[in-house]
Design a binder for this molecule. Structure first.
Ligand SMILES: C[S@@+](CC[C@H](N)C(=O)[O-])C[C@H]1O[C@@H](n2cnc3c(N)ncnc32)[C@H](O)[C@@H]1O
Length: 392
């Protein structure tokens, strides 16, 4: 076995240079170059003892310690055990909710639920090397949050968000992404604070939430929310081009044979609501009341995490609410860290993660994304449910 720290070129180009002193143990007297396998995927060894595989491209972060072992049918690579432990030990042990040792999974996956102010946790430097952040703050609409003043002056609110964006930027790996959700009328502020905190704007996603429009007296009624997608650096380290199976639109003659690439208009994910459209996904108390009126749909986080990460990457939600981000990340075999200030919400997150509710199970959406070229690589599944082909 070889234990080594990955260099930038190795991560970006997708190879591991087997150190000369380990060449005999790992390569032996095989004639190079030659084809081989890495974690069950096609790979090749070049004449310099470099193990190449598309599977390796951006899989680990620069500077990560990995273990490479010789296996029966090629090689196995994994995060070094000491690396995994040291990352976790930076947090108080009781904050680490789970480390999965699923024997069928190639990577150990953990989730952490941190109770308290996200700025405090982001300040102490223990959170770093983040690949994706979902930022879904309260919207300053005068809602009844127990630990947040949703009526505060605009300047205070935006400087608070700016501070979070700054700190998340510092904690993010090069090329990592952020998805910042807001009301559509705040688009101008969103783009400004992202720019001022160093983020490179990529898309303004329109999430048309499939709910009734909010009527307006003197302008058009509102029917969407925005999600600004930005990266640390000009280009994302990972961007998986998802294909979805949208139903044939009125006026279109034929069904598409292999779906369409996802665009920046998302009109196929329903917002969780009360009343007529209420489904099972919204978490409710004993009296049937929703425990958090801002709970995001799992279908939304599924799309975001699938687009911008690979299995084994780390996702952060600094304002975690009911923990939707963690619930989806865990199923997709991504590590996740959620911070939530309200202890009642923290309890909800812990319960939600302890046993997966059918409404939170993402496997029912697998078929909807089946035309995505690298789906098997980015969405590890044991079984595929085909009962629901479409979100609609
Ligand atoms: C809009 S909700 C997020 C909902 C979440 N996306 C979900 O799916 O449930 C924002 C959350 O941020 C929490 N919050 C507010 N200020 C915070 C802070 N300083 N640190 C951590 N959490 C905070 C609130 O209690 C609230 O639950």
């Amino acid at each position: 076995m070889v234990n080594k720290i990955l260099k930038k070129t190795e991560v970006l180009r997708g190879f591991i240079h087997i150190p000369t002193e380990s060449r005999f143990e790992l390569v032996g007297s095989i004639h190079l170059p030659c084809p081989t396998m890495l974690n069950g995927k096609p790979a090749r060894l070049d004449k310099y003892g470099r193990l190449w595989s598309p599977y390796l491209k951006n899989r680990f972060s620069i500077g990560t310690r990995i273990e490479l072992t010789k296996a029966e049918n090629g090689y196995q690579v994994a995060l070094s055990k000491s690396e995994h432990k040291s990352f976790i030990s930076k947090m108080k042990q009781e904050e680490v909710m789970s480390v999965s040792n699923d024997s069928e999974s190639e990577t150990n996956v953990y989730y952490k639920v941190l109770k308290g102010d996200c700025l405090k946790y982001l300040d102490d430097g223990a959170i770093n090397n983040i690949h994706l952040t979902f930022l879904d703050p309260p919207y300053r609409q005068g809602k009844d949050y127990r630990f947040f003043d949703d009526d505060q002056p605009a300047w205070k609110y935006w400087s608070w968000l700016k501070e979070i964006l700054h700190k998340v930027y510092d904690a993010t790996a090069s090329g990592g992404a952020i998805y910042f959700m807001q009301r559509e009328k705040k688009a101008e502020h969103v783009l400004k604070v992202l720019r001022e905190t160093g983020w490179k704007f990529q898309n303004l996603i329109v999430w048309k939430k499939k709910t009734s429009a909010v009527p307006c007296a003197f302008r058009f009624s509102k029917q969407y929310q925005i999600i600004a997608y930005a990266t640390k650096g000009d280009k994302p380290r990972v961007f998986n081009k998802l294909r979805i199976d949208l139903p044939t639109l009125p006026g279109h003659k034929y069904e598409r044979e292999n779906g369409i690439f996802l665009t920046d208009v998302w009109d196929d994910v329903r917002e969780l609501t009360s009343g007529y459209f209420a489904g099972d996904e919204a978490i409710r108390d004993d009296k049937g009341n929703r425990v958090h009126t801002q709970q995001s749909p799992v279908a939304l986080l599924l799309r975001i995490i699938l687009s911008s990460t690979l299995p084994g990457n780390t996702v952060l939600d600094p304002l975690a609410g009911t923990g939707t981000t963690l619930v989806v990340a865990y199923q997709l075999k991504r590590n996740s860290i959620g911070i939530e200030i309200d202890p009642e919400h923290v309890k909800v997150i812990k319960n939600r993660l302890k046993s997966l509710r059918p409404a939170d199970d993402i496997s029912k959406y697998y078929d909807y994304y089946r035309f995505t070229p690298n789906l098997r690589e980015i969405w590890p599944v044991k079984r595929v449910i085909t009962e629901q082909r479409r979100l609609l």
